[in-house]
Design a protein around this ligand. Structure first.
Ligand SMILES: [Zn+2]
Length: 558
């Protein structure tokens, strides 16, 4: 495939000061683009400022809410939720539906009270696939942290969040609540870590040695990418050693290795989570294990890589066929979690929608916006000539993928919610809510979506640690106080969870209004005003635009 001039970058050059410096350097060396750039480093978040979050309190009471507890139980209320420090201490009836609430309700010895009468409470959400905002996308990690918290995400599985040492130090700072951030689970990649002296992890022996070393450093799990260094025997060693050292595993079964280890084989070897769609359909190809690559396919060309994935739709067996069910039953028997991250490839179905989403102007960092624009160097910015035919292929592929997820859920398989935001026009937080939308589109009822977003993630994070009863994921007495407090009922419309809200016509004024958005996110007993977090993010974005000499509102649209 030919590599022409980067016309989109050229288009951006006139209007976008941020790209100007880079552009000059890139234009000076035409044709030097051979592969996507390695991921940039990440800057730690600044310490939590005075007034950034309130608490934890000796006793906090959240009054008068309808509780959707994350376990699959129906909504119930009104209740008062009592939080002592960072633990849910009690859930008390506050009255009877249809009657006025009882006044002066116990307990009275609280030191903080939230009157949330008529509001809804869910467990904090778990984003099972994240990368923190790297230095080429935002000044520091707080950009991603605040967008996650503002969308109710109180726990993230970084796969990886940041380089090894930064992931661990940010996890510790978050655990001490020194930063405004969700709980962090640090899943790292084989070979990472400055203290690792064993070199490339490309043999089973080295794999075991690295896993043991990394477990001692305190990581939570391993992100496996079946690169050239990790053929099946190395992956199997990683998974086996991970189990012995109580680490979780999640694999992106990329095209490089999936011809030898697909998702069912990885499940048999002990894999915990399959993330994205990779590996599922390669386990069910009609014509054997290897996809029918076009003769001129080039994996290093990301439009080939991401465009042709959708061919798996036609190359794999029919939904509902014996092979289809056989695949799902095997994955269920091996207790494999599916973490589909549908949202991150959603632009492939409808690029214009993704580019023009409501949130970009105010909340998308100008650097991140620049990163998203079609470029042969930026990972995931692969829309070089994305045609209607490709979009149609993707829509059909997603129909099949959704059917797979729904069928897996229906036989009792576990599905979680991950976003992989920060690429492909999906900003942090907003992208996560879109994943909830897409699970509902797949056939999950809203309560099942909420379970996937809360309890299922919690179970998947804590089971490898030998903790089958997770301390988060449901709103129950004794659990950690990770809560989302909302004006709108999320089960009625998950779109109301977006920081930009959902549009609704006010019948009394006949004016359109934005309703919803999270009101408060409680993480570890600390109450964050979600609207304030969004305002912080908007100011961070505006300040970066000022620094770059760009208008504060809007973004350049080539
Ligand atoms: Zn990822």
């Amino acid at each position: 495939m030919k590599i022409g001039k980067r016309t989109v970058l050229a288009l951006l050059g006139g209007t976008m000061m941020v790209a100007a410096g880079n552009l000059a350097a890139q234009e000076a060396a035409p044709g030097k683009v051979e592969a996507v750039k390695p991921r940039a480093g990440a800057n730690p978040a600044p310490a939590r400022k005075q007034g950034e979050g309130a608490g934890p309190f000796n006793k906090m009471v959240i009054r008068g809410v309808t509780l959707i507890d994350g376990s699959g139980a129906p909504p119930r209320g009104p209740v008062d939720i009592v939080v002592e420090k960072n633990v849910i201490a009690d859930i008390l009836p506050a009255g009877t539906p249809g009657l006025p609430l009882k006044q002066g309700r116990e307990p009275r010895d609280f030191d903080y009270e939230i009157d949330a009468t008529g509001m809804y409470v869910t467990p904090g959400f778990v984003d099972m696939h994240v990368h923190g905002s790297t230095s080429d996308k935002a000044p520091d990690l707080s950009y991603s942290y605040k967008l996650w918290l503002a969308h109710g995400v109180t726990t993230v599985r970084g796969v990886d969040l940041a380089p090894f040492e930064i992931s661990l130090s940010e996890r510790a700072r978050s655990a001490r609540n020194e930063i405004a951030a969700p709980r962090i689970f640090a899943y790292q990649r084989p070979g990472q870590g400055k203290g690792w002296t064993g070199g490339r992890v490309n043999t089973p022996e080295k794999a075991r040695a690295w896993v043991q070393w990394a477990a001692k450093q305190g990581i939570d799990g391993i992100k496996i990418l079946d690169s050239e260094d990790q053929p099946p025997e190395v992956m199997a060693a990683i998974m086996d050693e991970a189990k012995k050292t109580k680490l979780g595993t999640v694999a992106h079964l990329s095209q490089i290795g999936v011809g030898r280890m697909n998702a069912v084989q990885a499940g048999e070897a002990g894999l915990g989570t399959v993330t994205h769609f990779y590996g599922h359909f390669e386990s069910m190809l009609k014509n054997g294990q290897v996809q029918n690559w076009r003769h001129d396919y080039n994996y290093a060309d990301e439009q080939d890589r991401f465009g042709d994935v959708a061919n798996l739709g036609d190359e794999s067996v029919e939904p509902g066929s014996p092979e289809w069910w056989d695949y799902l039953e095997k994955q269920k028997a091996n207790k494999v979690t599916f973490d589909p991250t549908m949202t991150i490839y959603a632009a492939g179905r409808d690029l214009m929608r993704a580019r023009n989403a409501d949130w970009h102007d105010k909340y998308t960092m100008p650097q991140l916006w620049g990163f998203y624009q079609s470029s042969r160097e930026n990972h995931g910015s692969y829309f070089y000539d994305w045609t209607l035919a490709t979009e149609v292929k993707w829509r059909k592929f997603y129909d099949k993928f959704m059917r797979l997820l729904n069928d897996y859920k229906n036989i009792g398989g576990r599905v979680t919610t991950g976003s992989d935001s920060g690429f492909i026009f999906e900003p942090y937080g907003f992208g996560y809510i879109q994943e909830l939308e897409m699970l509902q589109e797949a056939g999950f009822n809203p309560s099942q979506v909420l379970m996937a977003a809360t309890l299922n993630g919690a179970l998947t994070l804590y089971e490898p640690k030998g903790q089958p009863v997770p301390p988060i994921g449901t709103v129950r007495v004794g659990k950690l106080a990770d809560l989302v407090i909302l004006k709108e009922n999320p089960l009625q419309n998950f779109k109301t969870l977006y920081g930009t809200g959902a549009l609704r016509l006010n019948e009394s004024t006949q004016k359109l209004e934005r309703v919803g958005g999270v009101s408060y996110t409680v993480k570890d007993g600390i109450v964050y005003d979600a609207k304030k977090l969004l305002a912080d993010v908007a100011e961070m974005v505006a300040s970066e635009k000022r620094r770059m000499g760009m208008p504060e509102t809007g973004l350049p649209h080539p």
